[in-house]
Write a protein that binds this ligand. Structure first.
Ligand code: AHM
Ligand code: MG
Length: 335
């Protein structure tokens, strides 16, 4: 096999980006490198997940006498550890933890970013070897640098994100991240253990033919959402269709597809969950930022998700994201 040495690694790419900003401190690049490192560690464990039955159940003690941790707990610990040891993060909030964590040591207090993440999303898919992912979001602190970070740093509207990204542990493992300058995707080359730039400057197609929603909840959705879904089913050659339905049940995988191929991903409010299921800070905002930078559109049905000012860490929101024209058509049905 001929190795193409012109392909940039994640580190090379972020360093190259830095050159465009002579005043940049490199803190964000370091942060992304830390996240890439945690992702590689989690990837190793995700790949071994099927072996758990023969190597030892989660919660049991393995041959080295160590506790075998559940994968989502393991992922949470890995992301938290690299960010705590790094120099670019003052504190984190995680979907796995009730409260945010202030690192509160000299180097962390001097860093200007806080990070929020969902360490392993789509966890119901772990046991059956279907794609899962990590989602992360980076904000510049509004508390004073030099002091410990505070709750208000985590409760910022999504449009204040500096960067956001996800890792998809799929048939190959990819890290995709966005800054205001663009969205870029890196595929893990297992032979060298590096994320390599494979999808430069990702743009979400303005039109798509795939809709993604949990049909099992159909009769719990509002009339407008039901009408939109029915309209998707009625699409034919004459009116821009036919459409296809795809729902993996891992939003990272469903939105990754929508971003690359075009489509709409929906997790609407239901009668039993009037705020929907997905978490604003750990799941919805990071993807809203990525999809919008890529040219797509994201709404809670009434307004831009990125404009919601959160009031609590684990807030939920109805969610519709993807190709601009598909989301606009949905809006006409909801209104
Ligand atoms: P999780 O955070 O418990 O993994 O749940 C989030 C996941 C999303 O990835 C996915 O889109 C959704 O839950 C699927 O939920 P449902 O099974 O209700 O359709
Ligand atoms: Mg989740």
């Amino acid at each position: 096999m001929v190795i193409n040495r012109n392909v940039l690694t994640l580190d090379e790419f972020t360093i190259q980006e830095l050159r465009n900003f002579p005043k940049a401190t490199g803190e964000l690049s370091t942060l992304l490198r830390d996240i890439g490192l945690a992702a590689k560690r989690v990837n190793v464990e995700v790949n071994k997940a099927g072996l758990v039955d023969i190597l030892g159940d989660y919660g049991s003690v393995n041959v080295q006498g160590e506790d075998v941790k559940k994968l989502d707990v393991y992922a949470n610990d890995q992301f938290m550890a690299v960010l705590r040891h790094g120099i670019s993060c003052a504190g984190i909030a995680s979907e796995e933890q009730d409260d945010f964590v202030i690192f509160n040591d000299e180097k962390s207090n001097n860093s200007k970013y806080v990070v929020m993440f969902d360490p392993l999303d789509g966890s119901s898919n772990i046991d059956i070897n279907v794609s899962i992912g990590t989602i992360f979001s980076v904000y510049r602190r509004i508390s004073e640098v030099g002091q410990p970070c505070e709750e208000k740093d985590f409760l910022q509207a999504g449009n204040r994100q500096v960067a956001a990204g996800y890792i998809i542990y799929g048939s190959s493992t990819m890290l995709v991240y966005a800054t205001r300058r663009g969205v870029n995707g890196f595929t893990l080359d297992p032979s060298i253990g590096e994320f390599c730039l494979s999808h430069p400057n990702i743009k979400c197609p303005a039109d798509g033919k795939i809709y993604s929603v949990n049909h099992g909840n159909f009769y719990e959705y509002s009339q407008g959402v039901q009408n939109y879904i029915t309209n998707c089913q009625k699409k034919n050659k004459e009116n821009g269709g036919p459409y296809t339905e795809r729902y993996i049940g891992s939003m990272v995988a469903d939105l990754h597809r929508s971003l690359i191929k075009g489509g709409i991903f929906m997790y609407p409010a239901t009668t039993s969950n009037p705020k929907g299921k997905l978490r604003l800070l750990y799941e919805c905002n990071p993807f809203a930022f990525i999809v919008e930078v890529a040219g797509g559109k994201v709404t809670d049905g009434e307004k831009r998700v990125l404009e919601i000012v959160p009031t609590k860490l684990h807030e939920r929101t109805p969610y519709f994201a993807g190709s601009k024209h598909m989301v606009e058509e949905l809006e006409t049905f909801i209104k």
